[in-house]
Design a binder for this molecule. Structure first.
Ligand code: FEO
Length: 400
């Protein structure tokens, strides 16, 4: 049965939720599910913004047919060709063969690469600031390359002052009945998933997100409709401000994120001692076992906290594999501008500290302030070094 939501009198959400997908893009866990948002504008002409993942196509098509109530579909705006938003194009074309596809030049290339859509007869390639009047509404197309793929564009409705923002300002998490962020306690219950979505999906492309934020700042925006997560119609700063921080690689919180790998509990012991001493000094801490916690959560936390401590055994002369994978992810997601300390462990030839530092030095503006090298376990001399490292880290907060 159809399940739609009214956004305004003439704008409807016709998307769908997936609460069973284990890994988004085959890599990011989805404990709260995910929504694929598709919006239908019922103007003099009808316009659909994006489609949905194949897994939820049946519900989406039911929603679309119900919302159109027998009207033809005139336009399908394809803002982003990643398959979680484009996989149902063929179904839409089959049901509404008269529809005109609107997309960027790069998106048209991707359309041909991904699909074999011989039924496309009408296609409209748009470029920066092209407009389309659909009756009461005028849509302006704004290019947003690399937010999150190169073909991405967003759409500004000058009548309703709505920004259809594609992947930008979206979030992991299924919509559980509420469609607007102001219907829930977003900061308490959803900000973590929004950050995890942003940092893992577009975290690498801070400069491009900044560019889109600049373009958005020149528009009068009353509502933001992303292709994942909530629609924003109030307090837009609650989603724009964190994006400003994340995309400029500025920490959200002053405090120390400690990520550790530990084979027999000794490296964890050192990490825990450091966390206790930092808390004794009133400094906030967050701890993650990198062998247990999904990397996407730790990457997200690294974007949140101002200080990072990474602790790893040496294994086969290298960084322990789960820590190595995490650091690869941190570098790949362009983490920068953090204060760093390192704890290494090794029973006969500790090298993980040097290797971790070398990898993290690829990131911009990383300030290394200290390290501790353990031989197997924490002994009194190393306890003193951990206390000293806590003092050093605490001192860095005094200048903030
Ligand atoms: Fe949900 Fe980059 O697509």
């Amino acid at each position: 049965m159809h399940c739609i939501k009214h956004i305004t009198d003439d704008l409807l959400w016709v998307g769908a939720n997936d609460r069973r997908l284990a890994l988004f893009e085959g890599v990011y866990s989805l404990p709260e599910g995910v929504s694929y948002n598709s919006f239908l504008l019922l103007d003099k002409e009808t316009v659909l913004f994006d489609t949905v993942d194949k897994a939820v196509q049946e519900r989406f098509m039911e929603n679309l047919e119900h919302a159109l109530a027998g009207r033809p579909l005139d336009y399908l705006v394809l803002q982003h060709l990643e398959p979680d938003h484009s996989a149902s194009i063929a179904a839409v074309l089959a049901r509404y063969p008269g529809v005109t596809l609107i997309l960027s030049k790069k998106a048209a290339d991707f359309l041909a690469q991904f699909y074999n859509l011989s039924s496309i007869t009408q296609i409209m390639i748009v470029k920066e600031s092209d407009t389309l009047c659909t009756g009461k509404h005028t849509l302006r197309f704004i290019m947003a390359p690399m937010v999150h793929w190169p073909e991405v564009m967003v759409t500004y409705d000058t009548e309703s002052r709505t920004l259809f923002s594609a992947d930008a300002f979206g979030s992991f998490g299924a919509l559980n009945g509420a469609i607007f962020a102001d219907e829930v306690n977003f900061n308490r219950d959803y900000l973590d998933e929004a950050r995890r979505y942003y940092t893992n999906i577009v975290g690498k492309y801070g400069a491009q997100v900044q560019s889109l934020l600049q373009k958005a700042s020149e528009l009068e925006i009353d509502m933001i409709c992303p292709i994942h997560g909530f629609v924003w119609r109030k307090d837009l700063h609650e989603i724009l401000d964190p994006h400003m921080l994340w995309s400029s690689y500025k920490p959200e919180e002053q405090g120390v994120m400690i990520a550790f790998a530990s084979m027999y509990g000794n490296t964890e012991n050192a990490a825990e001692i450091l966390a206790c001493r930092l808390r004794d000094k009133g400094i906030k801490t967050a701890m993650f076992d990198v062998s247990l916690k999904p990397a996407s959560d730790i990457v997200s936390a690294a974007f949140k906290w101002s200080h990072l401590v990474l602790a790893s055994p040496t294994h086969s002369g290298d960084i322990f594999s789960t820590m190595d994978a995490l650091i690869h992810d941190l570098v790949a997601h362009n983490i920068q501008n953090r204060t760093i300390a390192i704890i290494e462990n090794g029973s006969w030839a500790p090298t993980s500290g040097k290797l971790m530092r070398e990898k993290l030095e690829q990131c911009k503006e990383m300030r290394f302030v200290g390290s501790v090298s353990l031989k197997s376990s924490v002994k009194p001399d190393k306890l003193a070094e951990l206390n000293a490292l806590a003092d050093t880290l605490a001192d860095t907060f005094k200048n903030m």
